[in-house]
Design a protein around this ligand. Structure first.
Ligand code: ATP
Ligand code: MG
Length: 490
């Protein structure tokens, strides 16, 4: 099956509608975006880019990067967005792993791009600035449509549990994800999506694609700042925003007693477990949080909690989107309702596999094994407990770090918490906790332990609690539990 190029279609349907609002209220329409993307595509072809080859980019969030994302379908190539916070060796690994020959970079990364070229002389590098400065062209080489099952993006996972894997994301995966999201969240004429999450992860990239498929504007804030994000909701007509929990916690702190306008209809919260205390604080302020569970492999949301269940199913990630299904399994057997096991998923938004990597352990009988543990309640709502790799087994009991983190984050003095396992002679493993205190709060380990004791079974109690200045997080804002133990006092 073939599909029209989405931006081409959108620009022919609503050419004058606003596509992007960026800094200082700079706006561009879908017709203007199409023109930029087409000329970028022509320039990529001039560089010798071939269909099905990988084009890497190392770019800040910008209008230029948005145009680049949409230029790719015109060339038939695949885009591999690099995480801009990676070090040179990590970048080299992904460039090599994805067999990229061309690298497009933002000016702020010119230095590192040159370093990468030095390490890999085959690499052709070009600044996105130069790529954007070419004149508009009518180029007969540009494609008009794409194969639905062709790969659009190769996106590396966050690397939270190990080396990042290059997920193959096809047009049809992205399309199904956008439509599934809309069938659940709905779509209104006023919708405007605020993008402050990185565009090199699926949470950000998927918003760019939804914008073109739905015909709605995005507000682009290249760097997350809580006050600025709140202002976009209060004053710029934003109706939807995607966040991870520590972004949301910072926005709540920054907004004081203020309330968002009624028109703000969805705070899409994903990327990791959401502390219950944070969800409750949002309920109190009337913020319509929708918890979502998804991953690079499912091209963004897999399950999302509809707003009408926000209170009655607090803490749930909802039900799978329309075309998607899940099962909870253990040792190859499907578990009954209520029992915790590995979440396995399938659906048209689920990737077919990883680039250049055998995935036979991840896909069994067409089901992707997510490595996450969860359960489904009587009414079919999914509760995600934690990652299988982070599970702590203490005295034979399963301890989920996320549960302890959520309890600690509920204490008024604690801004955020991270929990990891230490080896213990008697119990095998025991949890230890690291907390970042709110400004002006003093650390009282005994009090925090009492607080935990009142809320957690004895075997879940942290053996120690340490106050730290910050928690190790990756560029997606995710807690890197495997780096927590490095914070232990020497
Ligand atoms: P890697 O696969 O390289 O270790 P990663 O899994 O963090 O990195 P992503 O694809 O960005 O890479 O993240 C998806 C993961 O995030 C999920 O598999 C899950 O562990 C976690 N996650 C996402 N949403 C939720 C949620 N609502 N509750 C708990 N965990 C979540
Ligand atoms: Mg993963």
């Amino acid at each position: 099956m073939r599909m029209p190029i989405w931006l081409e279609k959108r620009a022919s349907l609503t050419p004058d509608a606003v596509a992007v609002e960026s800094e200082q209220n700079r706006r561009i329409t879908f017709a203007e975006l199409r023109q930029r993307s087409r000329s970028m595509a022509a320039e990529l072809l001039n560089m010798g880019v071939q269909p099905e080859e990988t084009v890497a980019c190392l770019c800040d969030s910008s209008l230029e990067l948005i145009a680049l994302v949409h230029s790719i379908p015109y060339t038939g190539a695949m885009l591999m967005p690099l995480n801009t916070r990676l070090t040179a060796p990590e970048l080299l690994y992904q460039l090599q792993d994805s067999q990229s020959r061309v690298l497009i970079y933002s000016d702020s990364f010119a230095h590192i791009a040159a370093e990468l070229k030095q390490a890999n002389s085959m690499l052709q590098i070009l600044s996105i600035h130069e790529l954007s400065n070419t004149a508009a062209v009518v180029d007969t080489r540009l494609l008009h449509d794409v194969a639905a099952d062709a790969v659009y993006t190769i996106m590396y996972t966050s690397g939270t549990t190990g080396a990042p894997k290059g997920v193959l994301q096809s047009y049809s995966n992205h399309w199904s994800s956008a439509i599934g999201s809309m069938l659940n969240l709905g779509l209104t004429e006023q919708d405007k999506w605020l993008v402050t999450v990185p565009l090199f992860h699926i949470s950000g990239l998927s918003i760019l694609l939804r914008s073109v498929i739905y015909g709605i504007p995005i507000v682009l804030q290249p760097k997350f700042a809580p006050e600025q994000a709140n202002a976009a909701i209060m004053e710029q007509g934003v109706t939807i925003m995607s966040v991870v929990s520590n972004m949301l916690a910072r926005m709540l702190e920054a907004m004081g007693e203020a309330r968002y306008p009624q028109s703000f209809r969805c705070m899409l919260l994903g990327g990791g477990p959401a502390p219950l205390a944070l969800l409750q604080a949002c309920v109190e302020r009337g913020i319509p949080v929708m918890q979502t569970y998804g991953m690079t492999e499912t091209c963004s949301q897999f399950a999302t909690l509809s707003p009408q269940y926000m209170l009655s199913k607090l803490g749930s990630a909802g039900k799978p989107l329309f075309q998607s299904e899940l099962r909870i399994v253990s040792s190859g057997v499907e578990l009954p309702t209520g029992q915790a096991g590995e979440i396995v998923v399938r659906g048209p938004n689920v990737t077919s596999g990883y680039f250049n990597r055998d995935a036979k352990d991840s896909f069994i009988d067409g089901w992707l094994h997510t490595g996450d543990i969860g359960y489904v309640d009587q009414e079919g709502f999914l509760y995600v407990l934690d990652r299988r790799k982070d599970l702590i087994i203490s005295g034979g009991e399963n301890v989920y770090p996320a549960e302890i983190e959520a309890v600690l984050a509920g204490h008024p003095a604690v801004l955020e918490a991270g929990v990891a396992a230490i080896a213990d002679q008697a119990w095998g493993q025991r949890p230890v906790a690291f907390v970042v205190l709110r400004a002006g709060e003093a650390f009282a380990e005994g009090e925090l332990l009492d607080y935990c004791r009142a809320r957690l079974a004895k075997y879940k109690l942290p053996a120690e609690i340490y106050a730290v200045a910050e928690l190790p997080r990756n560029a997606a804002g995710k807690l890197l539990r495997r780096e927590l133990l490095a914070l232990l006092p020497q």
